[in-house]
Design a protein around this ligand. Structure first.
Ligand SMILES: Nc1ncnc2c1ncn2[C@@H]1O[C@H](COP(=O)(O)OP(=O)(O)OP(=O)(O)O)[C@@H](O)[C@H]1O
Ligand SMILES: [Mg+2]
Length: 295
């Protein structure tokens, strides 16, 4: 990997938000420019008094998308470029952070910060629940985790769906170790995986499918684990199995302390939502709100 000092700090005419790295250095590190390319850009930049990005695009070496990428890195607001990551394109918050869909996710994030998340460790976990399969719980949980991490919150996403897990696929992770190993005493917090391309985001995959997910979740180890993680992370989001299919979601939400209910527009029935909210309230989990997911 190229050293940051290959290009002098003055090379990038857009000054880093933290005064640290030039656009050129970021693009070299990302493999989008070679040091030789950077030299050519610098020469043109000097000859014609251009900004670094303009000189580079004039030479046809990078695109506007590359410049946006580098600027987002300078401001510690990382996002991914299509085709360059193992992370699934379903993570719209990571790939298209400026789209209206992601704007809606940021609005949801703000609501959750106002209504639930707090510095108190008892208010750092939130289960994302819904009644039936394929309503978008995993999509919402994963994208919310990305937007929380983009805010600089130290964020952990736990795949507590040990029946049909998918977060390892969304983030391109190894699922051999995960929550099921921790809850059965065969692993520890080392199962948590950092997502290097996204600052401040870690994921604990579900792990190997156990025959007894509900029993594992009902053991004291699960609330104990959440309690410990709440001292390390600002925000912990839990993806859950469909509430109508098993009792896992209720157990998970009660341990987390709160739940966000996902409603799939035009398919989720009001009676199903009422059943979930009643069962959560009986178990003393706070229902922080509901989100209407249309897709
Ligand atoms: N808001 C959305 N925009 C676009 N696609 C979406 C949206 N929500 C969900 N999807 C897509 O719908 C499909 C089902 O979503 P997801 O896997 O999140 O549902 P789920 O409720 O977690 O399902 P499961 O019961 O299998 O756990 C996925 O392919 C996902 O990418
Ligand atoms: Mg799911």
């Amino acid at each position: 990997m190229a050293q940051n000092n290959i290009i002098p700090a003055a090379a990038g005419s857009v000054v880093s938000g933290r005064g640290e790295r030039s656009i050129g250095a970021i693009l070299i590190d990302a493999g989008k420019l070679t040091p030789e390319d950077a030299e050519r850009i610098l020469r043109l930049q000097r000859e014609q008094g251009l900004r670094f990005g303009n000189a580079a695009t004039q030479l046809g070496l990078i695109t506007q998308a590359d410049i946006d990428f580098a600027i987002s890195r300078q401001f510690d607001y990382p996002y991914l470029v299509h085709g360059h990551s193992k992370v699934s394109e379903d993570l719209v918050a990571a790939y298209t952070p400026f789209s209206p869909q992601v704007e809606a996710l940021r609005a949801l994030r703000s609501q959750l910060m106002v209504r639930w998340f707090d510095t108190d460790p008892a208010r750092r976990a939130l289960a994302v629940v819904s009644a039936a399969r394929n309503e978008g719980r995993s999509f919402i949980a994963a994208n919310l985790a990305v937007v929380f991490s983009q805010l600089g919150e130290h964020t952990l996403l736990i795949d507590t769906d040990m029946r049909n897990p998918c977060q390892h696929e969304l983030f391109g992770l190894d699922n051999r170790g995960g929550l099921s190993a921790i809850l059965s005493g065969r692993g520890g917090p080392e199962m948590i995986q950092r997502i290097p391309s996204l600052l401040d985001l870690s994921v604990l995959p579900a792990g190997a499918l156990p025959p007894n997910p509900l029993e594992l979740l009902a053991r004291p180890l699960f609330p104990q684990l959440l309690g410990e993680l709440a001292t390390e992370f600002d925000v912990i989001l839990l993806d859950t199995p469909a509430a109508a299919e098993c009792s896992d979601a209720q157990t998970i939400a009660v341990c987390a302390g709160a739940a966000l209910v996902v409603i799939h527009k035009n398919t989720t029935r009001i009676s199903q939502v009422r059943r979930i909210t009643d069962s959560l309230s009986q178990g003393s989990a706070t229902v922080v709100g509901a989100v209407l997911n249309e897709f």
